[in-house]
Design a protein around this ligand. Structure first.
Ligand code: FES
Length: 146
């Protein structure tokens, strides 16, 4: 016989999953369930934390090799979409040079996701702001050219 509490928890999780899927769409839902690149890189070449007006923060970690991002990670204390957007920001950084990353915009993440509800669009801009700041941190650590 199933434990009634386990059944209750399972049903609740199903309801949350269905609501999330309907509100944010398939792409964001799948990434929320499997937030790729959610990792701290212990000795990053570039790192930044940005806090939005909502109070949520997203951190981005970058590791570079031969002038290109070879590994990236993110952390967030924020909403589900902030994890989804942080994950996409890290993914979009992989393989790019700092100059190429400078071209990444919040709209690019929103396009990948097929959009977000308007009250969560800022999550994408916050993730990109953290990414751009991590690149600035990387640039500031490099020896200056003369
Ligand atoms: Fe603030 Fe998503 S990052 S609500």
């Amino acid at each position: 016989m199933n434990d009634p509490f386990d059944d209750f928890v399972e049903q609740l999780q199903d309801e949350i999953d269905q609501e999330t899927l309907q509100t944010f769409g398939e792409v964001a839902y799948q990434r929320w369930k499997n937030p790729l690149y959610m990792q701290v890189i212990p000795t990053p070449d570039g790192h930044a934390r940005e806090t939005g007006s909502c109070g949520d923060s997203i951190e981005i970690y970058l590791k570079l090799e031969n002038g290109r991002v070879c590994d990236a990670g993110f952390q967030t204390d924020g909403c589900g979409p902030s994890a989804v957007c942080g994950s996409y920001a890290a993914q979009m950084a992989i393989g790019k040079t700092p100059l190429e990353i400078a071209e990444v915009k919040g709209e690019d993440i929103l396009a990948e996701l097929g959009g977000l509800p308007s009250e969560h669009e800022h999550c994408a801009y916050l993730a990109v702001a953290a990414l751009q700041s991590a690149v600035e941190d990387y640039m500031s650590r490099r020896p200056k050219d003369f």
